[in-house]
Every structure is written in C-alpha cells, then in structure tokens.
Design a protein. Structure first.
Length: 131
C-alpha cells in the first residue's frame, strides 16, 4: 500500500503531491491495478491535512482513469502508467541504489542529489540522449 509523504517546502499543492506519488508508484510498478489506496481518513490523520485535500487527490486520479471509488469499500487503482520498460526497472533501480549510497558517502545531500540528477536529465534531453 502506498504511504504518502508530504514535502512542506514544495511549492506543489498538497493534493497534487499525493496524485504525483500515486502516479510515480504506478509508473515504477510499486502499485498496480487492483491495489487499494489508503482510506481518506487515515491519510488525513497521518499527514495532518484536511480530508477534502485527500478526496481532491483521489478525484483527480479518478478523472485520469487511474482510480475508482467503491462506496463503503474504498478507492482502488484501475489503471497503470507502467510501460514496457518496467521489466528493466528492477535492475536499474538496484544500480541506482548503489550509486545513491556512493553519492551519500561522498557527502552529497538530498538537495545536491536532486540537483545533479535534474541537471543531468536536462542535459541528456537537450542533446538527444547522447551524453
């Protein structure tokens, strides 16, 4: 089951942070169609946010065709964002974990890592992936 985490420093609206976390979980195979999302009340209590914020996120997922509510039961994922590359992701993730540990050991902070990854992605996008 997805465990939501909020970034209080983010400029992204709270409900969108929840939506993006579900989409990310679907994209990398950590969540799949049929999985139940946490109950609205549980998420609201755990994150100390208004239940309407969670409802808004779940509605957004429903509009995107990724979730469906079942009255009295909960909200379930019905769509996926995982593409054909999902099979390769496990090996790549293992390599990334090793790289991240090495970067942390070298003294890079979370913000340093995010900046390095973001700028590298942009650089490879700009040159067509030939870097």
């Amino acid at each position: 089951m997805i465990e939501f985490v909020l970034d209080g420093r983010s400029r992204v609206a709270t409900y969108l942070q929840l939506v993006l976390q579900v989409k990310q979980a679907l994209r990398v195979g950590l969540a799949q169609p049929g999985d139940q999302l946490p109950k609205v009340r549980e998420v609201a209590q755990a994150l100390a946010i208004n239940p309407n914020t969670v409802l808004k996120a779940y509605r957004e997922l429903e509009l995107a065709g990724l979730a469906a509510g079942r009255p009295g039961v909960g909200t379930f994922l019905v769509g996926t964002l995982a593409g054909p590359s999902l099979a390769n992701q496990a090996e790549l993730r293992e390599e990334l974990v090793l790289w991240l540990r090495k970067a942390r050991a070298a003294g890079l902070s979370r913000d340093d890592l995010a900046a390095l990854i973001d700028t590298t992605i942009r650089a490879t996008d700009e040159d067509g992936g030939n870097t």
